[in-house]
Write a protein that binds this ligand. Structure first.
Ligand code: SME
Length: 146
């Protein structure tokens, strides 16, 4: 199965799972679980915008840092730029926050509500160069379902 096929299978399942649910934490928790199980990522989770920083939200994987400032790391950069950031080699991204030395590549997708970034979806892979435009396209679609 290709990556795109995997996302295409997952999308209606996520849509069905979230239908009628209004609690954002519950929705984030199940989206993280579905993506993590389906793709076998190293770490899959959300950071929520709380005041002027990002605070760890629902996730799957090893323990992670709990607070990230605006503009810091890949997560804070995606928040600041208000766009998805793909990092093929984490050691080449200036300011990358290494929560785990196993993490080799990363994608961070902002979650918008009424035009504002309210959270980011952060996915780490234990392999280099895991994420590309296909991930960006489908993950942006998935976070719009939240
Ligand atoms: N690497 C992220 C920090 C979060 S952990 O990967 C879960 C960053 O640079 O923002």
């Amino acid at each position: 199965m290709t990556k795109a096929e995997n996302y295409q299978l997952l999308l209606p399942q996520i849509e069905a799972l979230l239908a009628g649910e209004t609690d954002m934490i519950a929705k984030m928790a199940n989206v993280a679980a579905m993506l993590h199980q389906s793709f076998g990522f190293w770490w899959t989770g959300f950071y929520r915008v709380v005041g002027n920083e990002l605070v760890l939200g629902p996730f799957q994987g090893p323990v992670a840092c709990m607070h990230i400032s605006f503009g810091r790391g890949v997560c804070g950069t995606a928040w600041q730029r208000q766009e998805t950031v793909i990092v093929p080699y984490v050691h080449e991204f200036a300011g990358h926050i290494a929560c785990s030395s196993e993490s080799k590549s990363e994608i961070v997708v902002p979650v918008f509500s009424s035009g504002n970034v309210i959270a980011v979806l952060d996915i780490d892979s234990a392999a280099y160069n895991t994420f590309d435009d296909t991930d960006k396209q489908y993950l942006e679609q998935i976070v719009r379902l939240l």
